[in-house]
Design a protein around this ligand. Structure first.
Ligand SMILES: [Cu+2]
Length: 137
């Protein structure tokens, strides 16, 4: 009887350690999450941006980063020059030529601090400039 209770309390302790270590590892090394973008997710703009930028909730690795802008016909339109900001390692960006009115998909891939690869996508829309602006002579 006594022996049994010693074992179960050891098991209990092991389980406590197991759950605490799970909690610690997930809170310390959760992978990167998209925190912000420019243009914003699902936004509509009427002027072409000069670059597409995204920010994560933590620094991301300089290796394996990718950022692509794809038009509604499925054609990649960015300049394929993805960079990571030197002073803000949560931020990567790619430049684009003048974007015509269309719906664009941004696809990204980065490696988190915990070495996990994170991928995702979002869209934004470029509309024609205000009609009034066009009609102004
Ligand atoms: Cu992760």
């Amino acid at each position: 009887m006594k022996h049994h209770s010693v074992i179960s309390s050891k098991l209990f302790l092991l389980r406590q350690i197991f759950f605490i270590s799970l909690w610690v590892s997930s809170s310390v090394s959760a992978h990167a999450i998209l925190a912000q973008s420019e243009p914003k997710v699902d936004s509509t703009i009427d002027v072409s941006p000069q670059q597409i930028g995204i920010w994560f909730n933590e620094n991301v690795a300089s290796e394996f980063k990718a950022l692509a802008v794809i038009n509604s016909a499925g054609k990649r339109v960015d300049n394929q020059d993805v960079k990571q900001a030197a002073l803000d390692r949560t931020h990567i960006y790619v430049t684009v030529p003048r974007l015509l009115p269309d719906k664009y998909t941004v696809r990204y891939r980065v490696m988190s601090a915990d070495t996990h690869i994170v991928t995702g996508r979002f869209t934004f829309t470029v509309t024609p400039p205000e009609t009034a602006a066009i009609e102004t002579n």
